[in-house]
Design a protein around this ligand. Structure first.
Ligand SMILES: [Zn+2]
Length: 177
């Protein structure tokens, strides 16, 4: 698979870390988890929506950058994005299902740093990844797509599973603008 693999460039003097032209920072997952729990304290279940939106925004940008270097093949694009996230240290992401006709995308994540830092929970906690998969699916299916984390390591499952389903709200008889 032709995947653009670049190494991180650390400039000690300037305190910058770059992957290609893009700047990154090293942040402990525990710090993100603290932020997440703080938002949850304030907003309850609504907090997940903000984290989901941040993940979706990340994947839409990452997909746009990957698209310029890869053939326009949905399977290859999903695998490339999964590998990219894995290389960023987000755990091991693997494509399990991609059905363009049925508008369904499923991705398994093993070793999520988000759930590891969060600790045990009754509900899934990897909302950023759910958003990333949802945003990716929405771009591929070209329709509103919701992604649900069907199981999470924070719930004592061996891995996290994200399932995105496209909803053709307009239907086939929709107006064409
Ligand atoms: Zn999870």
């Amino acid at each position: 698979m032709a995947t653009p693999t670049r190494s991180l460039q650390f400039n000690r003097e300037q305190g910058t870390l770059k992957l290609g032209p893009l700047r990154y920072i090293l942040l402990r997952p525990e710090t993100l988890s603290e932020i997440q729990k703080g938002i949850e304290d304030r907003l309850g279940s609504k907090a997940a929506e903000y984290l989901y939106a941040a993940g979706a925004s990340w994947s839409v940008g990452a997909l746009r950058r990957l698209k310029s270097a890869l053939p326009d093949d949905p399977d290859e694009l999903v695998k490339a994005l999964c590998l990219h996230a894995t290389e960023l240290g987000w755990g091991k992401l693997e494509l399990t299902t991609l059905n363009i006709e049925e508008k369904k995308l499923a991705v398994r994540l093993t070793g999520s740093p988000f759930s590891a830092a969060y600790g045990q929970s009754d509900n899934p906690v990897c909302h950023i990844i759910a958003g990333a998969i949802g945003g990716l699916a929405e771009a591929l299916f070209k329709m509103p797509t919701a992604c649900t984390e069907e199981m999470c390591m924070a719930q004592n499952n061996p891995s996290c599973l994200f399932v995105a389903i496209g909803h053709d709200v307009a239907g086939k008889d929709a107006w064409a603008w």
